[in-house]
Ligand binder design. Structure first.
Ligand SMILES: Cc1cc2nc3c(=O)[nH]c(=O)nc-3n(C[C@H](O)[C@H](O)[C@H](O)COP(=O)(O)O)c2cc1C
Length: 186
């Protein structure tokens, strides 16, 4: 069941205007709420934006982003924010990004399970989005996703073969170098 979700899910960038049922939205947010996090601190907050004018403002900030139009097309926009001070920071690794990553992926997979599409949008100027949504300076705006019924299903984007990414017992330099060269060709 879960493996089938992993295989079928796609990033959706074209949406129907059909509204998202409140019960489905609640389930999608619940999936994020249940995610594991650093010391169970749950450093996240999710802003649900439906107002078309506000979504248009955010879309304008996403200039050149492949998901720019999707933010206006889809009836719901979910913005994932984190308070880094609430999460962990150990030896140079700020775990708030991991916390949000897991919560967002749970959210995206539950959306797919409900017949809804999402696309993780990470490439945007956080400081331009901040005033539109009234987000305080100490809170990071990590990701956002449009949420709605897909209008177009992209092809499988493909992944590196398992054998390229799994090293046995220790780091395999030869394997990694072969993989890097292959990566440059694509
Ligand atoms: C951290 C992260 C940031 C991303 N940022 C963007 C983005 O700004 N715009 C966009 O259109 N897609 C973005 N994506 C979606 C990826 O392009 C997409 O997941 C990848 O190409 C694989 O396609 P798939 O999700 O359909 O399997 C992002 C994905 C991740 C995980």
């Amino acid at each position: 069941m879960v493996m089938q979700l992993f295989k079928d899910r796609r990033s959706i960038r074209k949406f129907e205007e059909t509204p998202v049922e409140e019960e489905k939205l609640a389930e999608v947010l619940e999936a994020a709420r249940l995610a594991p996090s650093w010391a169970n601190r749950q450093c996240w907050s999710f802003i649900v934006v439906k107002d078309p004018a506000r979504r248009r403002q955010i879309s304008e900030i996403l200039e050149h982003n492949p998901a720019q139009k999707a933010v206006v097309q889809a009836p719901v926009l979910i913005v994932a924010c984190a308070d880094p001070a609430e999460s962990g920071d150990m030896l140079g690794k700020g775990y708030y990004l991991v916390d949000i990553g897991i919560a967002m992926q749970q959210l995206c997979l539950e959306a797919w399970n409900q017949g809804l599409g999402t696309v993780w949008v990470g490439m945007f100027d956080e400081d331009k989005v901040r005033p539109v949504l009234n987000v305080p300076e100490n809170i990071r705006i990590v990701a956002l996703t449009p949420l709605g019924y897909p209008a177009k299903w992209p092809d499988d984007r493909g992944r590196k073969p398992l054998d390229d990414i799994v090293h046995r017992e220790t780091w395999d330099t030869a394997k990694y170098e072969a993989r890097s060269q292959e990566g440059r060709l694509h």
